[in-house]
Design a protein around this ligand. Structure first.
Ligand SMILES: Cc1ncc(COP(=O)(O)O)c(C=O)c1O
Length: 410
């Protein structure tokens, strides 16, 4: 196909005149293709799918009933702009009930259409060309991508076993620190599963104050916490002075596709976010906001989701340990992040987690997500589809059988 006349017009941030010509295949596309191939080549071998990064159930019946009623109300039909008071107030009640964090609903809470767009918008509030965003790696990349779009730079803080999967804030070179404006954290961490200690949060607040940095804490997995009760960065003394926390209805409420989240914390940052958002979208459908408010008011919803994923995670850890993996219960999230095997007895060796993951899916129809950003790790998600506990047990038994036959080397 010859280039359209506008080929040369594409912005450098998406590849400039080369946009659309890069034939590199990215990680998640590779996994999708390998999954399709495994199903086609071995239809007799069921797919053991630990690669899915989203909840396996739809939103609770009670929430869907509220949506059902709200969708018919004429007053919900219009632009929602920066959101309705019902949702902001429900989010503030939730923050107080779950974490003891007091927020003024009108000025310290603003909804977003899922938390992903919030990471696209927050850099717009702070980043000028040459400014730096400090990001953990591996991690959720959206704030970094948009930092670059605005001409800023990303400084990566690796999450390694040696550092107990916490970013080393003392490792940042002075010239980077001098230009750093944002520190993006995520707890419980995706994909490592690490939860934050109150000491780490206290250190991060002191670091932000000492270096004039704003903290954005990604709390998408907040309610899926196993080793401690769910926590909020904002409950750390001084946190409200240095940043915001971004919450999501996706993981903790089985509401992935509904696209609801909120930014809360320092009033001035929330207001800057709301200004950028107001210039980007016109708000989530009010019926969705009201259904989300009802979900937030029901403490049983996140509790039940957490207990289901805790049960599945315990079974998975047990199964993988039997097969030689050196893993333990993660602090939180529905992801298990575990050192990748180096090969199989008498068989191929793997020079990366990606190679191991490709082998497992192609040869044994076991789908995982590889991470090679800071060491070689495989991510197993417990969001596989299983109707009940016997179905979960059957999946674990099949996983144990396939993996132990393999004789993995670590
Ligand atoms: C760590 C993390 N942050 C944020 C998000 C975005 O979630 P949502 O846009 O559904 O609120 C995800 C989704 O996968 C995530 O894993």
């Amino acid at each position: 196909m010859s280039d359209p006349y506008f080929q040369k017009l594409f912005a450098e941030r998406i590849g400039g005149a080369n946009y659309g010509k890069d034939d590199a295949i990215y990680k998640f596309e590779k996994i999708k293709r390998a999954k399709r191939k495994a199903l086609a080549d071995h239809p007799e071998r069921g797919l053991l799918d630990f690669g899915i990064g989203e909840n396996d159930e739809m939103a609770p019946e009670s929430v869907r009933r509220v949506m059902d009623a709200e969708i018919d109300k004429p007053e919900n039909r219009g632009y929602a702009d920066n959101g309705v008071a019902d949702f902001k107030e429900a989010a503030a009640r939730f923050m107080r009930r779950e974490f003891g964090v007091a927020l003024d609903a009108a000025s310290q809470v603003n909804h977003c259409i899922g938390s992903k767009p919030a990471y696209a918008m927050l850099p717009a509030c702070f980043i000028n060309p040459g400014d730096v965003t400090l990001m953990t790696t591996p991690g959720y990349p959206v704030a970094g991508t948009h930092t670059r779009y605005y001409g800023g730079e990303v400084h990566n803080l690796p999450l390694t076993k040696e550092n107990d999967f916490l970013p080393d804030l003392d490792s940042i070179p002075a010239d980077v620190l001098g230009r750093a404006k944002l520190l993006v954290l995520c707890f419980p961490n995706s994909p490592t599963g690490k939860t934050a200690t109150s000491e780490f949060y206290a250190k991060a607040v002191a670091f932000a104050k000492a270096n004039d940095i704003v903290i954005v804490n990604d709390a998408a997995h907040a309610m899926i916490s196993f080793d401690q009760e769910p926590t909020s960065f904002l409950s750390t003394p001084g946190a409200m002075d240095v940043g915001v926390e971004v919450h999501s209805m996706s993981k903790g409420f089985d509401m992935i596709g509904w696209r609801m989240g909120w930014v809360c914390g320092h009033e001035r940052i929330v207001s800057a976010f709301a200004d950028v958002k107001d210039n980007s979208d016109s708000g989530q459908f009010i019926a969705v906001q009201k259904a989300a408010a009802a979900a937030l008011d029901d403490p049983e919803i996140p509790r039940q989701i957490r207990e289901k994923y805790r049960r599945r995670m315990e079974k998975l850890v047990d199964t993988l340990q039997q097969c030689g993996f050196e893993c333990e219960m993660p602090g939180g999230t529905y992801f298990l992040y575990t050192p990748s095997p180096k090969g199989v007895e008498g068989g191929p060796t793997f020079d990366s987690a990606e190679a191991a993951s490709q082998f497992l899916i192609t040869e044994h129809s076991i789908c995982t997500v590889p991470w090679d950003d800071a060491g070689a790790f495989l991510r197993f998600s417990v969001t596989y589809v299983a109707a009940d506990e016997p179905a979960e047990d059957a999946i674990m038994a099949e996983t144990a059988e396939r993996l132990s036959d393999l004789q993995l080397v670590f």
